[in-house]
Design a protein around this ligand. Structure first.
Ligand code: 13P
Length: 291
């Protein structure tokens, strides 16, 4: 299929009350695994790279592989740059061919967050085929180079959220509502569902204009995930789960087959494990069969 922006698939998701999985990958095996899992499930897909893997693998290389995989897949696939705190790198990835860019200026004050987010949104919108995600409030935990301590966490203010979306011109919006990057330390994390519902109502009650993003997917109980989707979450970010699956599967395979020197078999084991993981997420998000 032709490549797509996140906005295109997320408007449909928000309308249909399901969420699209946005999975952070760090290498080609993971990228192929998430694509294969989404094809198996006939689900729309967002592939994400945070800034470190994007720089390490090279944005042009990533875009070339993305385009090859996406154009031959029978499902819509978007390539998203996740939590980029540098305006210039957002622009470089937009130029390279990413189809969704997240400028994360959420650690700045409100005015500066608006200024940087608007600058990236204006730049991307001048190029065809790119949508933009912005964040208000801060999501605690660690995602790549973005680190927010628990006592620095600030939830998004609903009134400011409306102003932020209006002033920046973003296409999709990530309000901080208490979810966190990494592994949750408690069984029942404190997530402010009502805040999400209120923000969704203020922004999208006359028809979906700006689909909402949930960060910090890993470790959320299934009933939380379903409730967040129900309250307006249309893009659901999952990263740590993929990292753990990659490392644990590699470690276990090598430990059990210490006398083997066959990298292809390690890769296959990782690919299978990631495919299974993504299949479960797609089912939980309700997006299987939505293409
Ligand atoms: P987790 O690592 O908690 O799954 O969060 C992913 C995320 O929100 C990426 O932006």
């Amino acid at each position: 299929m032709p490549i797509v922006t996140a906005k295109e698939i997320l408007i449909e998701a928000a309308d249909g009350k399901y969420a699209v999985g946005a999975f952070n990958i760090t290498n080609l095996i993971q990228m192929e695994a998430v694509v294969e899992a989404a094809i198996d499930k006939k689900a729309p897909l967002i592939i994400q790279t945070s800034v470190a893997p994007s720089k390490f693998l090279g944005r042009d290389v990533l875009v070339a592989i993305y385009k090859t995989l996406a154009e031959s897949a029978p499902i819509p696939i978007c390539l998203h740059l996740d939590h980029c705190q540098e305006v210039e790198y957002c622009k470089q990835c937009a130029d390279a061919g990413y189809t969704n860019i997240m400028i994360d200026a959420s650690k700045q004050n409100f005015e500066e967050n608006i200024r940087q987010t608007k600058e990236v949104a204006d730049y991307c919108h001048a190029i065809e085929g790119i949508s933009v995600e912005g964040e208000l409030g801060t999501v605690s935990g660690v995602e790549d180079q973005v680190k927010v301590a628990e006592d620095e966490t600030a939830l998004a203010n609903p009134t400011q959220a409306v102003e932020f979306v209006k002033m920046t011109g973003i296409d999709i919006f990530a309000p901080a509502i208490g979810t966190a990057h990494g592994v949750y330390k408690t069984k029942n994390p404190k997530v402010d569902f009502e805040r999400l519902g209120k923000i969704n109502q203020l922004i999208n009650s006359d028809g979906i204009k700006t689909p909402l993003v949930i960060h910090g997917g890993t470790g959320l109980p299934e009933d939380y995930v379903k409730r967040l989707v129900d309250m307006g979450g249309a893009k659901f970010n999952v990263s740590t789960d993929l990292k753990y699956t990659l490392i644990d599967t590699t470690y276990n395979y090598i430990t059990e087959n210490r006398d083997q020197y066959n990298p292809g078999k390690v890769d296959s084991a990782v690919k299978d494990a990631i495919r299974k993981l993504i299949g479960k997420w797609i089912d939980m998000l309700g997006c299987a069969g939505k293409t």
